[in-house]
Write a protein that binds this ligand. Structure first.
Ligand code: NAP
Length: 451
């Protein structure tokens, strides 16, 4: 039986596992964290529990007898690409895109200016971010970017702590949101209302917030032509509705401001905390390729604020020895086959955001993973897979090697113990779970030894 190592236990890793298991392969799913589910656990906003219920599908995949999970195994530190090539017929990189894009403007790294992804990981209890601090007492916050992540963080900043109480928001974040003094969020888009990358339900949700009025200056919609794309057309309709709404006197405000590019994150001295954002006002121009671009008008405004969250997309982190497309921030691949200048790299494949970039919804990864797996099966039929060392490969040998290499490795049974523990902790407060946010706690819980 051929065996694949899938690196990354998020949606794309699970969809690839499912397709390979159905094709008769054995699958070892590795993750750097002791817990599975990637961005479903650490990215999807906690007030969106329905989206998280997709994990039931992944748990079914994990129940297959030829599936194993090895949590706490980091590619690059715990194990290397060469280790895996020596043991598996195929490696599937499903590692996502973990680096935030940079604005490249002065003041970007001042205290109080953060990648939105850090904030997301923090409120979702990702163990690497549990000790991050966010200044939530500054009155006004500015969120840069017009995608769904920007919407998520803007919404989280103005949600009533009572709305968050029944969710699996990390305890440290619940406490911080409970004391927070952010009462205004300004969401900045560099292009116009018709170019925003929001999806309709997410944008609509902003108009239903219990304690925040949503604000759009009607002037911003005056010259907006009807977009052909259905999602974008509905976005404009929703924004027109917001623009007509009177203020209802809610305690919080969430404003969407378009045609605004941050030019500088302001603060005291060279590295003092954020006090504001200097913003350039844009106009739209249509490039010869039809793309609508933002062009500076030369006009500027300054927005005072105490917190800046930058939500302008991500890029992948290179893996030692794996060809990387630096311009796109992805592993170099052709439809999911990893390729170098010499052609396809036998036995190496890629799925999800590290294959195609950070786009689409969770379900997008299913077709994406199936496409890659169809290439793996073609290569299997053509005898083009990786050539593991017969003495190192095989179920038991791999398990023994991994346990020796990573003594704290967490198996699927270990994850089920964590899951049961976290879920039980949530019961008294009617929460889906109380997340453990320390690696040591997670490993202990995986062994049934909660302290
Ligand atoms: P995204 O949808 O690609 O949005 C990125 C935003 O950043 C765009 O508005 C882009 O503007 C802007 N941007 C890029 N560079 C910029 C710059 N230098 N200055 C100012 N703005 C800049 O990315 P995302 O929000 O990170 O989301 C990633 C994916 O996850 C998306 O497919 C999203 O739909 C999905 N997601 C879904 C949900 C959900 O379904 N609830 C939640 C979260 C995320 P331009 O358009 O002008 O480039």
């Amino acid at each position: 039986m051929n065996r694949a190592a899938i690196v990354g236990a998020g949606p794309s890793g699970f969809y690839a596992a499912d397709a390979l298991l159905k094709a008769g392969w054995a699958v070892d799913l590795l993750d750097a964290l002791p817990t599975p589910y990637g961005l479903v656990r650490a990215g999807v906003a906690p007030d969106h529990p329905k989206i998280k219920s997709v994990t039931r599908v992944y748990a079914k995949t994990a129940a297959h007898e030829a599936f194993r999970f090895f949590g706490g195994v980091e590619l690059g530190t715990g194990v290397t690409r060469e280790d895996l090539l020596a043991r598996y017929q195929a490696i599937v990189y499903a590692i996502g895109t973990s680096l935030d894009n940079r604005l490249g403007i002065p003041g970007e790294d001042r205290p109080g200016s953060h990648p939105a992804t850090d904030f997301v990981a923090w409120y979702n209890g990702h163990p690497h971010f549990a000790d991050h601090m966010f200044k939530l007492d500054g009155g006004r916050a500015v969120v840069i970017g017009n995608g769904n992540v920007a919407i998520d963080v803007a919404r989280m900043l103005v949600l009533d702590p009572r709305e968050l109480a029944p969710t699996d928001t990390a305890d440290h974040a619940l406490e911080a949101f409970g004391m927070a003094g952010v009462n205004e969020v300004i969401l900045l888009g560099r292009r116009g209302p018709a170019e925003a990358a929001f999806t309709n339900p997410e944008l609509r949700e902003l108009g239903e917030l219990e304690r925040a009025d949503v604000i759009v200056d009607p002037a911003q919609l005056e010259d907006v032509a009807e977009p052909e794309d259905t999602t974008k057309r509905r976005n404009v309709e929703i924004l027109r509705d917001y623009a007509q709404r009177p203020l209802t006197g809610k305690s919080h405000r969430l404003e969407l401001r378009f045609l605004r590019s941050p030019l500088e994150i302001l603060g005291d001295g060279e590295d003092g905390p954020v006090t504001g954002v200097r913003v350039g006002i844009n106009r739209l121009v249509t490039a010869p390729d039809g793309r609508v671009r933002a062009e500076p008008t030369g006009q500027e405004e300054t927005i005072e604020c105490g917190l800046v969250l930058r939500s302008i997309g991500y890029r992948g982190t290179p893996v030692a020895g794996v060809p990387f497309d630096d311009a796109r921030g992805l592993i170099r691949n052709d439809g999911g086959r990893v390729v170098s200048d010499e052609g396809p790299c036998p036995g190496e494949y890629v799925v999800g955001w590290i294959k195609r970039g950070p786009s689409g919804v969770i379900g997008t990864n299913k077709k994406d993973a199936n496409d890659t797996v169809s290439h793996i099966l073609e290569d299997e039929a053509a005898g083009r897979l990786g050539m593991p060392d017969p003495e190192l490969g095989g179920a038991e040998a791999v398990q023994a090697w991994l346990v020796a290499r990573v003594p704290d490795v967490v198996t699927w049974a270990g994850w089920e113990a964590i899951d049961a523990y976290e879920s039980e902790m949530g019961i008294p407060a009617g929460r889906p779970r109380v997340k453990l946010v320390r690696l040591a706690q997670l490993v202990e819980a995986s062994r049934g030894q909660q302290s």
